[in-house]
Ligand binder design. Structure first.
Ligand SMILES: [Zn+2]
Length: 254
């Protein structure tokens, strides 16, 4: 019990650290900027001190504004930090069963956490820029194939289904409905799910979420039929949902 609490605390802490690092990646990578150097306020460019860089807490203590220029800090910063904590805890929960072999558990849980973290960053960048950078997409693909091959069985059919579904749409629409980044993302998610059956569920769930969100946007007039809507966030949210549902059903079966 004590060990579990210690592990959970460690994953929360790592989630906050990686979440904070994630905000830097999300803001800089799409603009082609390097990720080194101290963070600055996006409004007044003032270098941030250590006490302004504490994940989530700085945002709450400063009531969501910059200490220097008093401009609002984007809600995405604390959102990415909190979401990363959730994903790190998800990774812990998924790999807890391999607890008996400590080194394997540490490696597996941390590796899965990093993959989920990459997926979150890809979803957010896609949402904002409608582009998925290869610098995140390719490591995700290689990492997902490695993860499933190493810890489970890689289902080649799942990979083909995940990538092929978007590849086909890309060919049919000549790249108008989906981007080439979606094909790589679909292949990665197929690899991570590791089963063609789950990959089909995932495609179905993605489309249900996507359709619901698009209907909402059209009905409220927030978007028109001409607007392009990024698909990446639906794919990533659906993946998380399918993984969690599968895990719950799995535990019910035992
Ligand atoms: Zn400022």
């Amino acid at each position: 019990m004590v060990m579990t609490v210690a592990w959970i605390s460690l994953f929360v802490l790592l989630g906050l650290i990686f979440g904070s690092f994630g905000t830097v990646i999300v803001m800089r990578v799409p603009k082609g900027k390097g990720i080194g150097g101290r963070s600055r306020c996006v409004s007044c460019s003032k270098k941030l001190s250590v006490r302004e860089l504490i994940p989530v807490f700085s945002f709450l203590l400063q009531r969501g504004t910059c200490l220097h220029c008093k401009k609002r800090i984007h809600w995405l910063y604390p959102f990415i930090e909190c979401a990363t904590v959730l994903l790190f805890l998800t990774a812990f929960w998924f790999t807890e069963s391999s607890y008996d072999q400590l080194s394997l558990f540490v490696f597996r849980s941390f590796f899965l956490a990093l993959l989920l973290w990459l997926l979150l960053l890809i979803a957010i960048i896609d949402l904002h820029t409608q582009m998925i950078p290869d610098t995140l997409n390719i490591p995700l693909l290689l990492g997902s194939i490695f993860y499933t091959s190493f810890f489970g069985d890689l289902d080649v059919l799942a990979l083909i289904l995940g990538g092929g579904f978007f590849g086909l749409q890309w060919i049919l629409s000549r790249g108008k409905w989906v981007g080439s980044g979606d094909i790589i993302l679909g292949t990665s998610i197929g690899a991570l799910l590791g089963s063609w059956r789950l990959t089909i569920y995932w495609i179905a769930v993605s489309y249900c979420i996507g359709a619901a969100v698009v209907c909402y946007f059209l009905a409220t007039g927030k978007k028109t039929r001409k607007d392009r809507i990024a698909f990446g966030p639906f794919l990533v949210v659906a993946l998380w949902m399918v993984m969690v549902m599968e895990k719950i059903f799995d535990s019910l079966r035992v």
